[in-house]
Ligand binder design. Sequence first.
Ligand code: HSE
Length: 420
Amino acid sequence: MLKVGVIGVGTVGSAVVEILEANKDMITARAGREVVVRRGVVRSLSKARAIDIALSTDPYDVVNDPEIDIVVELMGGVEGPFDVVKKALENGKAVVTANKALLAYHRYELQERAGEIAFEYEASVAGGIPIINALRDGLSANHIERITGIMNGTCNYMLTKMTDEGVDFNAILKESQALGYAEADPTFDIGGFDAAHKLLILASIAYGIDAKPEDILIEGIESVTQEDIAFAKEFGYAVKLLAIAKRDGDEVELRVHAALINRDEMIAKIDGVMNGVSVIGDCVGETLYYGPGAGGDATASAVVANIIDIARSGGKRSPMLGYNTPLEHGLKLRAPQAIVSKYYLRIRVEDRPGVLAQITQLFGEYAISIETMLQRPSEGGYANLLFSTHEAVEGNMQEVLVRLESLAFVASAPVMIRIV
Ligand code: HSE
């Protein structure tokens, strides 16, 4: 019998307990032994719960219990869970976590501490989609050329609603929080941080890159408006929050931002709260993974899969981040300012002679070449100028944005969306 302790018996934790019970016979057969949840940890004991396991409020009741074989960490946060998980490993317990923020900061230290002890984290990226398994094991023969992910259900839901129903950003944010997919602090979703945490985990498996959130380009969807959506529709694009990892020579680009993508791309068709990840390998070509990236049962499906895997593996495991020895010719993280992209810009300006000429002059100074341009009238003597550009260097574009904002005839901060 394998004994499990669940730290954080909330939506996902309860679903883990329920799935282990509901699918018990099949899970026992697949695992080769019975799996039983012995203990759970909750924030407050006063709340009524449907599950019937011993509960306490102290995570160390689980990690220090000699009976427990596997600690399932579903606490949320970074430093608190890091201490708890370190102690669990020190006590020789296998660990399963869904905590992407913890891994975004501490995955290499955890790998080091885990050593031969099982440490699994399938649910941390794209919830129920087995993307860790696919990338680490199924695609291990490949150099990974590129990963393009829609890995935040909240943002995808919001952008889909804004596109299909013309709903305003603020109205739809409240609705998506009510759906229960959003992080406790929704700025993690709409600011791109949640997707970035997931991207960093995938980048370690794909490229052996040890980057932290602070090292990469992270932007959210806060500035996307109906005007941008209308432009996207007119020019055949979908607007998505993308997480991108791309190898170019010995460098890897990692970035999260709103993006205009061609509506014909398969990833552009992933709508609503669903997640999708495209992985291009040098041997296999493009593979695409689609499914629910959040929600109790979907996330618990990945957690329970890890528990079964630990039960059946008898100590023989894949290395946590996929490498048994370091990459001989390691890849480097490309500086965010050196990224090359095409751009869409929306600039609200006074509608008077000479304005357009000054803007295009500025573009020229920074080697930014315009591909298309539209002018839309706006109220009060203003106009919206909408540009798309040929490929340009990110650092140059950032400087142009600062210069544009300082011009007297520019009415508000210009909006920029990268075209992928
Ligand atoms: N807040 C996340 C999302 C949940 O919206 O996708 C899963 O990490």
